[in-house]
Design a protein around this ligand. Structure first.
Ligand code: C2E
Ligand code: MG
Ligand code: MG
Ligand code: MG
Length: 276
């Protein structure tokens, strides 16, 4: 049994929820340590320009293998980090790493942007924009090389929180661009597409996955591409796994492709050959 926060009710938990709570607190404890020791890894997944077939950007994705609890996937890690507030530290860690990596790629002659995923919780912290800009400046990475990926849920909530909108504007004015990630899965609203400083739509992988199996899905993807283009957004498709999908997306006029067909997320050392 546990005492409910702020109340006197004693609730009895099932074995399953006990296990979940335990797991959560173990993950949280190990995560604190991992952040302290900067023991998380950053993998990068290339994005290619449909027309030139050149790599134009790399998305930074967190990877964590803990020596005690093993590999923790982002799908488990991110929600726990959001609940505990550790997401801000993950965000800053990822930003710094990705900026340093971008600088290294630039030095090697690869003109690449880096894309970092942001959770709304990070933007509720104090002076996020200022902290981010300080980190970026320290690394020497041009702000124009940085993209931040936000989800529709983020966008929907940001729309009614003036302080978050202000932080986004500050970052935009400093040269950073925003990408609307997982487009189509949430609450796609024309209002926030207009209000927020978003330049790019990334069509969610579930639509790409069903595109060849159902005519309807293909039409939806085509519709999303046309909508994006007519609003002057650049359009990315994620989760592209085969040549047929890539060809169809190119026919639709999709600007940028990302997915296993091009490359899985990997360490920079593993992407060297790919960049050549
Ligand atoms: P996302 O940003 O939408 O990233 C795309 C996910 O799809 C990644 O999973 C990627 O590895 C996977 N993926 C890429 N290409 C393909 C493909 O062709 N087929 C399939 N089936 N999957 C593909 P991952 O790395 O497990 O990340 C899952 C989610 O966790 C991300 O979705 C993002 O929302 C979140 N995430 C990852 N890293 C971070 C981070 O550093 N900060 C925050 N806030 N969230 C992160
Ligand atoms: Mg993303
Ligand atoms: Mg996505
Ligand atoms: Mg996703």
């Amino acid at each position: 049994t546990v005492r409910e926060a702020g109340g006197n009710n004693i609730v009895s938990l099932s074995k399953a929820s006990h296990k979940a709570l335990n797991r959560r607190s173990v993950v949280e404890k190990r995560l604190l340590l991992a952040l302290d020791q900067r023991n998380l890894d950053v993998y990068y997944q290339p994005l290619i320009d449909t027309a030139s077939k050149k790599v134009i950007a790399m998305e930074a994705l967190v990877r964590w293998h803990d020596e005690e609890i093993g590999t923790v996937t982002p799908d488990e890690l991110i929600p726990i980090a959001e609940e505990t507030g550790l997401i801000s530290e993950i965000g800053m860690f990822m930003l710094e790493k990705a900026c340093l990596q971008a600088v290294e790629w630039h030095t090697q002659g690869h003109d690449l942007k880096v894309s970092i995923n942001s959770s709304i919780r990070e933007f509720r912290g104090k002076n996020v924009a200022k902290t981010m800009l300080e980190i970026i400046e320290r690394t020497g990475c041009p702000t124009t090389s940085i993209h931040l990926e936000i989800t529709e849920k983020f966008a929907l909530e940001a729309e009614s929180e003036t302080s978050i909108m202000a932080q986004m504007r500050t970052l935009e004015q400093a040269g950073i661009s925003f990408i609307l990630d997982d487009f189509g899965t949430g609450y796609a609203s024309f209002r926030y597409m207009q209000l927020l400083p978003i330049k790019t739509l990334k069509i969610d992988q579930t639509f790409i996955a069903s595109m060849l199996k159902s005519e309807k899905s293909a039409q939806i993807v085509n519709g999303m591409v046309q909508l994006g283009k007519s609003m002057n957004f650049s359009v990315i498709a994620e989760g592209v796994e085969n040549e047929e999908q890539a060809e169809l997306l190119q026919q639709f006029g999709c600007d940028v492709l990302q997915g296993y067909y091009i490359s899985k997320p990997a360490l920079p050392s593993e992407l060297k050959a790919f960049l050549k």
